[in-house]
Structure formats: C-alpha cells, structure tokens
Design a protein around this ligand. Structure first.
Ligand SMILES: Nc1ncnc2c1ncn2[C@@H]1O[C@H](COP(=O)(O)OP(=O)(O)OP(=O)(O)O)[C@@H](O)[C@H]1O
Ligand code: NI
Length: 353
C-alpha cells in the first residue's frame, strides 16, 4: 500500500527511531500443583515510529497474553520477565499499576481489546464513554470533548445514531467499532489492536485497518494482532509469526507475502492455508503450553523434522527460528512455484530425513 514507512532493517526496527523495544519477554502462569503455562517465551522485537507490525498465529499461541503484558493487564498468577521500553516512559513490564493506569494506558499505549464487550462500561452510553475518555486523557472542555468523541466515532465507522446506546444494545461488530473509537481518542504513540476486525464485514475490515494504518502514520506505531492474514497484508510493514509462545518468524510484509515468502515451515504453512493460495491447513494441533516438548515446539507437525529439532530449540536467526529453514522462493519468472529447498543445518547432527 502506498505511503508505508520503510523500516530500516527487515529484522528489527532502527534503534534510533524505535518506538517500542521488547527484549526477552516471557510470561508464564502459575497453576495448581506447581504446574506452569508458558504463554510467551523469550520474545524480542522492535517497532519503529510510523510502522505497523502484524502479529499472527493460531488461537492460543500467546498473542493476547503478549499484549496484556505490554499494558500491565495480566492476572495475579502471571510471572513476567524481560523489558519493554518506549522512548519516554517506564519499562512497561515492571512499572507499577498506578503508573500504568495514570501515565501509560490510553496515553502512551492505546488498546483495541479482543473482547470489546468486556471492556465497555455496561451502564453508560457509547457517547458518554467516549466523551469521558477524551476529557480524562486531554483535559479539554465539554464542548470540545463532544466534537472529539464524534470524530473518533466517525473514524471507527461507528454510526452517530447509535452513540446513545448502551453496550448491550450493540451487535458484536458495533461493539468492536465502539472499542476502536475509544482506543483512537487518546492519540497514544503506540496502539495495540487485538483482533480489531473480528465480526466485521469485509468492507468494514478494510475501513478499520485503513484507519488503524492512518493512526500509525506520523511517527506513531501499531501492533496489530490478527488471525486475518489478508488484513495483515493490507496494513503491515512487517509480520511476526508466533507459535507456542515464541516468535518463529519476523519478516518484512513484502518478503512475507510476495516472493521470497516465509522461511519457517509453520509460517509458510499458515500462508499456504489461505483460500487464495493452496487452501491446505497445517495438519495437527499446536502443543499444550503447559507441556511443551523439548526442542522446536513445531517439530511434531513439521514435514522437515530432523533429530536436532526434537532436542534443541532453534534461535531466531535472520528472522527465522528453524534449524532447517526453507529457501526463499525464487522471484517470479525465475522458476515457478514454492521451492522447498533447504539450507544447511544450523546445528550439528545431520540434515533432515
Ligand atoms: N490467566 C490465565 N491463566 C492461565 N493460562 C492462561 C491465562 N490467560 C491465558 N492463558 C493461556 O495462555 C495461552 C495463550 O493465550 P492467548 O489468549 O494469548 O492466545 P491468543 O494467541 O491470543 O489466542 P486467540 O487467537 O484465540 O485470541 C493459552 O493457552 C491460554 O489458555
Ligand atoms: Ni487473543
């Protein structure tokens, strides 16, 4: 799409213009009988000013937990490690709740939540919630708040004649748009949108992602969590793929969606599952996050699995966490179809079998 910011490097954003810098983020939940659920493991990425990073992956892979960690919204049984830094402001992972509530949420980091119904106040109309949020965040007077609320509703395609309704009087799609409007009013430098297009028709999906994209321009940043690879393709500068709590691939959108294509077999599989591609789902299911296998968590589903994959967890190297990453697909004209060639193993102990 025209006007996309070009990140300085396909792997990490330029350190100078980094808006958000996440290092070694891990979240585990303490469960009964000493069990742990490893929802997010050793995730690192940067987000540049003006950039949109799409975070994709199957249900339960840790996307929303990652978002909740960045907003200080994890429940009491969560244990968090790592750092998440904005240019100004505290480490999002270690700031206390007062700081997060007063200085960070809404002001520094906005959220379009995954379950808008749960985040809207049930006893107040959408208009009242929008106006109150504008006044709280900006301190403007009532009349200005009224105008700002109307503008935010319009940007999120929330119909003006529904502003005086209460959340329970809204369809899922309208609640989604109300939540998006609420997230936009604060003009936070970083916006995290967790499945912002759930329940929307294709037209509205496009409207919403374009509006979110607009929010990311002018030096703000957008982390968009989505199942919808078509929405990601429309909006993202870079794509990060999560599997079983880890980022297994991070690539520029141009590389990910066009040739050369993703190099991690899981990321390639997600893309090939699209109806407009091969329309073949990846067989099998993701592992239980409370009982992760040794080595690569994708190994049990991977056609390229070798011995090393069952014992050693691959590190993210050049944007791919795989011992036997796929070759980049040849550009159009230089041989058709996805090549499944391979590079040499990154660990000792033989090649794929
Ligand atoms: N409070 C909690 N206690 C224990 N486990 C939790 C808690 N919250 C989330 N989990 C687990 O963490 C894992 C990651 O969940 P998460 O909601 O981040 O997935 P997701 O990638 O956002 O999935 P979806 O696409 O379905 O929204 C899941 O296995 C989930 O069951
Ligand atoms: Ni989620």
């Amino acid at each position: 799409m025209a006007g996309k910011a070009q990140p300085a490097s396909p792997i990490g954003a330029d350190a100078v213009s980094a808006l958000l810098s996440v290092t070694g983020l891990s979240v585990r939940f303490r469960m009964r009988q000493g069990r742990h659920i490893h929802a997010v493991t050793e995730v690192s990425f940067d987000l540049a000013a003006g950039e949109c990073l799409a975070l994709v992956g199957e249900s339960g892979c840790g996307k929303s937990v990652l978002a909740a960690a960045l907003l200080g919204l994890l429940p009491g049984n969560a244990q968090v490690r790592g750092a998440a830094l904005l240019p100004q402001g505290p480490d999002l992972l270690s700031a206390d709740e007062t700081t997060m509530a007063k200085a960070v949420r809404g002001r520094q980091v906005g959220l379009v939540p995954q379950s808008p119904a749960a985040h809207l106040t049930p006893v107040r109309t959408v208009r009242a919630q929008l106006e109150e949020t504008v006044r709280e965040l900006t301190g403007v007077r009532r009349a200005e708040a009224r105008t700002a609320a109307l503008e935010a509703a319009e940007r999120a395609a929330f119909p003006a004649d529904h502003l005086d309704r209460h959340p329970h009087q809204l369809s899922g799609g309208l609640a989604q748009r109300a939540a998006t409007a609420l997230a936009l009013v604060g003009d936070a430098p970083l916006l995290i949108a967790d499945e912002p297009t759930t329940g929307l028709d294709r037209d509205l999906v496009e409207h919403t992602v374009d509006e979110l994209r607009r929010h990311a321009e002018d030096g703000r940043g957008l982390l968009m969590i989505t199942h919808d690879l078509a929405a990601a393709e429309r909006i993202a500068d870079r794509v990060a793929v999560m599997y079983a709590g880890r980022v297994v691939e991070i690539a520029s959108a141009a590389d990910f969606f066009g040739p050369p294509g993703p190099r991690h077999p899981y990321a390639r599989g997600l893309l090939n599952a699209l109806p407009e591609r091969e329309f073949t789902p990846i067989p099998g299911n993701p592992p239980e996050l409370g009982a992760l296998p040794d080595g690569c968590a994708f190994a049990p589903r991977c056609t390229r699995v070798a011995k090393a994959c069952r014992t050693d967890t691959p590190a993210l190297v050049e944007g791919t966490a795989c011992h036997f990453p796929l070759e980049r697909t040849a550009p159009a004209g230089a041989g058709a179809g996805a090549t499944a060639g391979m590079t040499g193993p990154r660990v000792g102990g033989g090649g794929p079998r």
